[in-house]
Ligand binder design. Structure first.
Ligand SMILES: [Zn+2]
Length: 444
């Protein structure tokens, strides 16, 4: 059996019993069923949790100890209010000992890590890997000279040592843009790899970064609410979860496990890596597709990330079925078209906003059932009616080609699809596919 499966099965029982035994909320929520979980497959007998449910609780009900937390972390709040996550001394001590002892992610490799630290996720767990940390404030364009100086010095100081840069996608894009602008010589750079986290990374951007840096670009999924995550695999062009976390994909309409198709990611963080604030069958709001075939690299089945639930259009048919239109489908189509793509690595100003197409998906029912795709374009739509008409037709054709099952389901339930092209600035700078806070989508 795969070592990851064994690892998780070993820890799942202690994880559930720790949560149920020490947290008043989980004791109530999981009940007696907590004692029947001895294998990852048993998890499906337990109820799920989600952010709003946990947010409503008193900390004294939720946490497994009344000792003050050692670290406070928080989610970025890109789709919601930020959410605090508390970590205790016992788990931090355990994680440090684990990585210093049996599990060294770098092995004996003599490699430098340059970590662009995100400024807004709170305190990181100090794991003793030999990384150079660099705080960069990408919102402050006047500091761009300092950023380049800092990065160049750190790269230079590494000598001939190969370097891996890690950071959130947005920071890596901006760093790359700044280096291009300053004439950085990528061909003689010691940077051999980029680890990109934080948000949806399209295939387009992955290959763009790979080609500019001539370095392997590896997107990684992680979230504040858990320890561990998933890593992109070049062989199957999808993500594999690491052993520190149990991932389940559940139907948003029935909460039944999805083994082949699209569903919502739920995670369980394993004890003893997470102790003070357990997350059991926690709905992450990430839409993922479970791959039909197993990866040839011998790993377990993989998932493809399709964007956030809050940015998707959802039609619930009420019979256990429904349609989810994930934002990534629209994002990937728009990204290839100059009319909707708000800029690439040559355009620092647009990267400061999002550097990705700006759009939102919303359902409306009056006077007819319509999936609206609102897209901000780079020109005033009324000035270029012919181009806009052609562009709209192209998007619809691409959608039919790339998501025939979604289009078919919408049509069979009487939904029309409408493309609405908007003037620059209408939706504001947002995360890819996101919705400005003051304009919620109309629920179906
Ligand atoms: Zn794979």
């Amino acid at each position: 059996m795969d070592h990851k499966v064994l690892f998780r099965n070993e820890l799942i029982g202690p994880t559930i019993r720790h949560a149920a035994g020490k947290s008043a909320f989980y004791g109530r929520h999981l009940g007696k069923k907590a004692f029947s979980v001895n294998d990852v497959a048993d998890l499906s007998i337990l109820p799920t949790t989600n952010k709003s449910m946990l947010r409503e609780l008193l900390l004294s009900e939720l946490l497994t100890s009344d000792e003050p937390p050692l670290l406070v972390q928080h989610t970025s709040g890109t789709t919601d209010r930020p959410f605090n996550v508390y970590r205790g001394k016992a788990e931090v001590d355990f994680i440090q000992a684990f990585f210093e002892g049996t599990f060294d992610p770098l092995g004996d490799a003599d490699i430098g890590i340059l970590a662009l630290q995100p400024l807004y996720h709170g305190e990181a767990i100090p794991i003793n890997v030999q990384a150079e940390y660099l705080n960069i404030n990408v919102d402050d364009m006047s500091k761009s000279g300092d950023i380049i100086k800092d990065v160049s010095e750190k790269i230079l100081n590494a000598g001939n040592k190969p370097i891996i840069i890690t950071g959130i996608f947005q920071h890596i894009k901006i760093l790359t843009c700044e280096l291009i602008k300053n004439g950085y010589n990528f061909s003689s750079s010691p940077v051999v790899g980029l680890f990109v986290t934080g948000q949806y990374v399209s295939e387009h951007w992955r290959s763009e970064l790979t080609s500019v840096w001539n370095a392997k670009t590896t997107p990684r999924f992680s979230l504040t609410e858990g320890f561990g995550g998933a890593i992109y695999c070049e062989r199957c062009r999808a993500y594999h979860f690491d052993q520190f976390m149990v991932a389940e994909v559940l139907s948003p309409f029935t909460l039944e496990p999805v083994t082949d198709g699209v569903g919502l990611l739920h995670i369980t963080s394993l004890y003893p890596f997470v102790q003070l604030m357990p997350f059991i069958r926690y709905r992450t709001n990430d839409i993922v597709k479970v791959r039909e075939t197993e990866c040839t690299s011998g790993h377990e089945a993989s998932v493809v990330f399709l964007g956030r639930w809050d940015h998707a259009a959802v039609v619930d048919f009420g019979n256990g079925g429904g349609v989810v239109v994930p934002p990534s489908i629209i994002h990937d189509i728009l990204e290839k078209d100059a009319l909707a793509n708000t800029g690439g690595l040559s355009d620092r100003a647009s990267l400061n906003g999002a550097g990705s197409p700006c759009f939102r998906l919303r359902m409306s029912e009056i006077p007819a059932q319509v999936l609206n795709i609102d897209i901000e374009i780079r020109v005033l739509p009324w000035m270029y009616p012919d181009s806009c008409q052609a562009f709209s037709e192209k998007i619809l054709a691409e959608l039919s080609l790339q998501a025939p099952h979604i289009m078919h389901s919408l049509q069979s339930y009487g939904f029309d699809v409408r493309i609405n092209l908007l003037s620059p600035g209408s939706l504001g700078p947002t995360e890819p596919g996101s919705i400005p806070e003051d304009s919620m989508y109309e629920k179906s």
